[in-house]
Ligand binder design. Structure first.
Ligand code: ATP
Ligand code: MG
Length: 659
């Protein structure tokens, strides 16, 4: 992409952007408190990676040290070659030897409102018990274990026990239907499945075990020999059928395990697989991303420590589901390896009302909150009264991940949730990257609403043209990573050709993220959307994020999605789907006002050709807008491609009905 008039319009926008410096009181106590310090560490991480990673990984437990920091045979990396470890020893055992032994590891808030707290000693004990139980069921090093559960502490135990045996977990988000579960089981040939009877969601019970039965009834899922069932609800609220020989009660297995030996951590090679996780499917058929042991652990440990500035006193709450990579890296492995206290919330953010999140923050004294733009926009739509009803003064740091955050939503989050006192870390990363790649360290650098910021240690990103050459600062291009990093994916499970093709063939010598971005004069990165979604309107290249942000900056708009439709004259016509706030009504006048508003914000060329009001936008189950479906709707085509990750089929139907 070259510099174009569109960039001028955006430059005007950028000029108005504000900088948010870290509050002095925050910076003073932060792990990294000066920009110079960040710069120095960043340089060291690139120039002397051996020394850098050796020092940063010091706290972690290795049975055998590594010989070589990195062996790189593009596109395959091996990190910490020769090391042996079991990641659970860093997450559990190491804390038992000091004052964290009786510190809360997990604080669980159920949807109905009860609380359970597990100390590190208790979490360790439960993990050891399940490790024994799984061993008894024949799970061995390298076997795949599928986990299909809600947000309960037992799900964390299931992940850790699997890892403790050197087995490989694949967590399937509990909102997926039986067929999606079946496909994932089939793809990785899982031998054991861990589930629960049912899960609470918005006051009703999601019958997880029934869905398991439906998935396993299909012959593609026949690899599963044993099913472990945790009774979250109990027979009064959730009746299930247990298949003798195949299905086992969690409690019975755990009691039996008390009489068994074993439960120790199995040491594995640094590159031994830790988990397979299927991407959320915003852009197509989900990919089974493979992460391995040492590099992943080091990556999530170090990012958790610096990006969330974790301290022993913190109560850290990441609102993601453990079925997504954010749950893996920043609920389980990263925070636990740092000995943090993690809050786990079982239910929906708006149950029984839109005040729930904020009451949870107040009740547990949450200090760090990590959530997604989709949630923030949903809260914004409900108005600022809700957060104001609770005392949020315990918060000291906020984070976001998952999509570009519109500056409007950023500022709302900063003011109404963070009380203008909390830095916000906007973290860009992917299932594939395993750990955070771009953000501002909260005590060391100012934030700009809408920009993800600077590269994390060891991360060398670039914004390039189709030939792989750097574009000028301020111009748009493809976001790539130019050298391997510890937590990177190693391959696509069972499909190395897809790994090469998808990530390493677009730009010579670099990992292609699939995202479009721009780096500004401060070196801050702005992710403008998926490269496949970038619009070409009358010769101007526009990222979806900039159009959507312009719309969301209008007071009537809650959320927006921009897509292109083939147009003979302009190449592409710009169609936007808009949901509006409660106190506004769809009308031709409003559509005209919004089109004009975008024209004023970005330039006349960016004026949408069509504005369509919608009750809701189609999203993945992880809450991301699925623009590929909206493209079909805009073009009046049948919906094509993989639909298994779409949250609500009704949304697409109603969008079509509105035509
Ligand atoms: P699929 O790859 O199956 O289409 P997905 O890309 O949505 O699914 P994830 O790995 O969960 O699956 O999401 C990573 C993507 O989310 C990034 O490539 C980027 O597009 C977007 N993203 C994540 N964090 C941010 C952020 N802070 N700012 C902008 N975009 C982000
Ligand atoms: Mg992706």
């Amino acid at each position: 992409m070259t510099q174009q008039p569109a960039d001028d319009a955006i430059a005007t926008l950028l000029k108005e952007e504000r900088r948010f410096e870290p509050p002095v009181s925050f910076a003073e106590q932060a792990h990294v408190s000066l920009r110079e310090e960040y710069d120095k560490l960043y340089r060291e991480s690139l120039d002397a990676p051996e020394a850098f990673w050796k020092r940063e990984a010091q706290e972690l437990v290795f049975r055998k040290p590594w010989r070589t920091t990195l062996a790189w045979q593009p596109p395959h990396a091996q990190w910490f070659v020769g090391a042996e470890l079991n990641v659970t020893e860093s997450c559990l055992d190491r804390h038992l030897r000091g004052p964290r032994k009786n510190k809360a590891a997990l604080v669980w808030e159920s949807e109905p409102g009860e609380t359970r707290t597990w100390t590190y000693a208790q979490l360790h004990r439960e993990t050891v018990r399940l490790t024994r139980a799984l061993a008894k069921l024949g799970v061995q090093k390298g076997d795949r274990v599928a986990i299909y559960m809600g947000m309960v502490p037992e799900a964390v135990v299931a992940m850790l026990a699997t890892a403790r045996l050197g087995a490989v977990h694949t967590v399937v988000f509990g909102g997926f239907a039986p067929d999606a579960l079946r496909d994932r089981i089939h793809d990785c040939q899982a031998k054991v499945l861990i589930t629960q009877d049912g899960a609470y969601r918005r006051g009703t019970v999601v019958p997880l075990k029934d869905m398991v039965d439906r998935a396993l009834a299909q012959h593609e899922a026949r690899s599963v020999e044993n099913v472990v069932v945790f009774r979250r609800i109990g027979p009064d609220g959730c009746r299930i059928a247990m298949q003798p020989g195949r299905d086992h009660e969690w409690d019975a297995l755990m009691s039996e395990a008390d009489r068994l030996p074993g439960g120790g951590a199995v040491a594995v090679d640094a590159e031994h697989p830790l988990f397979i996780l299927y991407t959320s499917g915003s852009t197509g058929r989900p990919k089974g991303v493979l992460h391995t042991s040492a590099g992943y652990l080091v990556g999530v440990h170090v990012t958790s420590k610096y990006v969330f500035d974790l301290r022993d006193e913190d109560v850290y709450w990441c609102t993601a589901d453990i079925g997504w990579v954010t749950g893996h890296s920043y609920i389980v492995y990263g925070p636990l390896s740092n000995g943090a206290t993690c809050l786990l919330y079982e239910g929906a953010p708006n149950f029984p009302d839109w005040g729930r999140f904020w009451r949870v923050v107040e009740k547990h004294g949450v200090t760090i909150l990590y959530t997604a733009p989709t949630a923030i926009r949903a809260f914004m739509r409900q108005g600022s009264d809700w957060p104001q009803k609770s005392d949020l003064s315990s918060l000291r740091l906020l984070g976001t991940v998952g999509e570009p955050i519109n500056p409007e939503a950023w500022v709302w989050y900063h003011h109404f949730v963070g009380g203008d006192r909390c830095p916000i870390v906007d973290t860009w990363w992917q299932t594939e990257t395993g750990s955070i790649m771009l953000t501002t360290l909260p005590g060391a650098a100012f934030a700009k609403p809408g920009a993800t910021g600077l590269p994390f240690f060891g991360v060398e990103v670039a914004v390039v043209d189709d030939q792989g050459a750097d574009v000028a600062p301020g111009s748009g291009g493809k976001l790539v990573v130019r050298r391997p990093w510890p937590a990177m994916l190693r391959t696509v499970w069972g499909d190395d050709a897809r790994y090469r093709e998808q990530y390493w063939s677009t730009i010579p010598g670099a990992y292609f993220t699939g995202d479009g971005a721009r780096r500004d004069a401060d070196g801050y990165h702005w992710v403008v959307g998926r490269i496949d979604d970038v619009l070409n309107v009358a010769g101007h290249r526009l990222g979806t994020a900039e159009i959507e942000s312009a719309l969301v900056s209008h007071p009537a708009v809650a959320e927006a999605a921009a897509v292109g439709r083939a147009d003979e004259l302009k190449g592409q016509a710009l169609v936007v789907f808009v949901t509006i706030k409660g106190n506004h009504h769809p009308s031709a006048e409003l559509a005209e006002t919004l089109a004009q508003h975008v024209g004023e914000q970005l330039g006349k060329f960016a004026r949408p050709d069509q504005i369509r009001f919608a009750e809701a936008l189609p999203k993945t189950r992880s809450g991301k807008i699925m623009r590929r479906l909206l493209k079909d709707v805009a073009a009046g085509r049948e919906t094509s491609g993989d639909l298994s990750t779409l949250e609500d089929f009704g949304v697409i139907a109603s969008l079509r009905a509105d035509e």
